[in-house]
Design a protein around this ligand. Sequence first.
Ligand code: GLN
Ligand code: ZN
Length: 762
Amino acid sequence: MTISSVLGYPRIGANREWKKALEGFWSGKLEESEFHGQLEEIRLNHLRKQQEKGIDLIAVNDFSYYDHILDTAAMFGIIPKRFAYEGGIVPLSLYYGIARGTKDATASEMTKWFNTNYHYIVPELDGALPVLTENKPLTAYREAKEKLGIEGKPVIVGPLTFLKLSKGYNKSETDVWLERLLPLYIQVLQELAAEGVQWVQIDEPILVTKLSADDLQRLKTVYEAFASAVPGLNIMLQTYFESVEYYKEIVSLPVKGIGLDFVHGLSGNLSAIKEQGFPADKFLGAGVIDGRGIWKASLREKLALIDELSGLVTADQLIVQSSCSLLHVPVTVGNEKKLAAELQNALAFADEKLSELVLLAKAQSEGGAQIAKELEECDRDLEALKQSGVRNRTDIKQAVAAISTQKAERSVPFAERHAAQQNKWQLPLFPTTTIGSFPQSAEVRKARQLWRKAEWSNEQYANFIREQIDIWIKLQEEIGLDVLVHGEFERTDMVEFFGEKLAGFAFTQFGWVQSYGSRCVKPPIIYGDVAFEEAMTVEETKYAQSKTKQPVKGMLTGPITIMNWSFVRDDITREQIAYQLAYALRQEVEALEQAGIGMIQVDEPAVREGLPLKEEDQAEYLAWAVKAFRMTTCTVQETTQIHTHMCYCEFHDMIGSIEDMDADVISIETSRSHGELIHSFELNTYKLGIGLGVYDIHSPRIPRVEEMTSMIDRALRVLDPKLFWINPDCGLKTRGYDETVESLRNMVEATLIARTQHSALA
Ligand code: GLN
Ligand code: ZN
């Protein structure tokens, strides 16, 4: 009998109950015990759902109070030094302190989980003395068993991946750290084995990336140690997001199962199995259902794939599973009421994927005839979307083909543009600016709701937005900022806003996914050809500019970010989708310029996260991503200043590509990566305008002037003062009014100090 398995289920709940509970607790509205109760209910509901659908192997300990990497660190007592942790179970106040910062200590860095839009908290090993504070997987296993009779499969992040994602240690001490962690892992596993656990899923996604010979040796050491410590426990060594790099080494590890991704790593993993075989004593966790995509699977194609795979492994040792945790997709299509039928019928979110898995396992065990009806239905649904008019717009296809063969270049090189722009704008040394958004206060959200419910007319809402712009233009002038923004009050989300105004997009009502902590995003679905319909940002920007003599930056989201933060169609390449977006956004850039806006920021915070995990695929991606940005921005006059913004990822290995984007000014996040970016500029200087974020906007803490002056001083050691800008790390929409104003005042004060100190230089 073929069994079905899930690698993890979304935490947030179909109505974001989880998010609401977390925020209720943080704001003091929920008592701790009540909070625990609510989270338990959510957790059990999710398990029950999987049980009722008929999933055989259900993951437990996939749930989290914030992030599973933070959980793992807390479980091992790995707490950043500045929190003065004294041992024992990590209390919630400390746990959330690490994630969100406290008034005395900054939060840990967070960063993107491989090539997804999920962010994990980076463990800081520095000074930690790992101990097992609690066996979380065991607690989760017991709960599922006692409360629901589920024989759960505890999930834990593997030691190699954990160490690779951690910071605060010298790579030469890797073995020391491994020796500290290994006994703790073993204790966890032994306690699980003693409890009678059958399967444990150990996630080692790091195995799809390049590793050193030393790391491969460590991999062997770890899994051999596990095998001898817990010989009876079935370990599923789980990989995902790509094909594994070291197939031979991995399949020869002494584990009971190997989980491979046959969606995102299909060709590599499949050819490895075909060429090198699969060990007869192991289970193959065949990740055939896309854990990250939203499209219904072609059951027919998946069955053929499973059939092929089952011919390559020992009979009955195939587990049909999701390619990765379902954390990355929304909960259910079932609640959607407003989607076009052709689209709705072609979607599968987490719950629908459960059904797909169960169907496939059944067909594999009992024969395809058992699901003949479902197969036909599935074919019909997928064909209907394929034939849809929105997917087949020849006007767009032709226009995009034409412009993508042209050179995407500004009329003159940067040096000339810089001189012309300086001449036009007469900006002071170290111009100050912000990233675009200002606090989305309760009042702003309320107004939007009233308007969406049609309780407010378009005009009422537009007036309200104008009032907000008025308030913030005045404030920015009064604070003394040089380049102003309108504040983005009309936008909920930087991608959704544009998606709603472009053709080719669809929006779900409940399709939320976790981005970091309690922050959820509702990615649009690019399901048709993308097209510009009418100006999207001109009105508000023009209005803001009419209220001030300072320049107001127009504010757009770039093509790659829109694409990477959307769920996209899978019938054309991502490159083609990016060019369609670029063509549409270029029309907006031109409209802004025509309306007299002379600085235009095209945000690309998500460029990095689309970077393929495989090194050999990266250059190609970066080339077309850069090209898409340039296609968007290249047609403006030389005096029009193009800005861009990036944040919260590792930039140091892509500075060349960032430079190739040829934006006149980039504002880039720095404080959360604790100055590493600055270090990378010591190695490669940056030759265009650049503002390194001088304070972290993810924390309610108000940065002191001295903290910012020291950031500025450090940056100026490696960057040209004449090209240097001063700005926060990112947009301020999640912050409160008072803290924003106070922080920006401090930033301007720090700038004034820096100007006096450095004016001799420039
Ligand atoms: N302009 C956007 C803002 O200020 C940029 C947000 C982002 O980088 N994620 O909110
Ligand atoms: Zn940002």
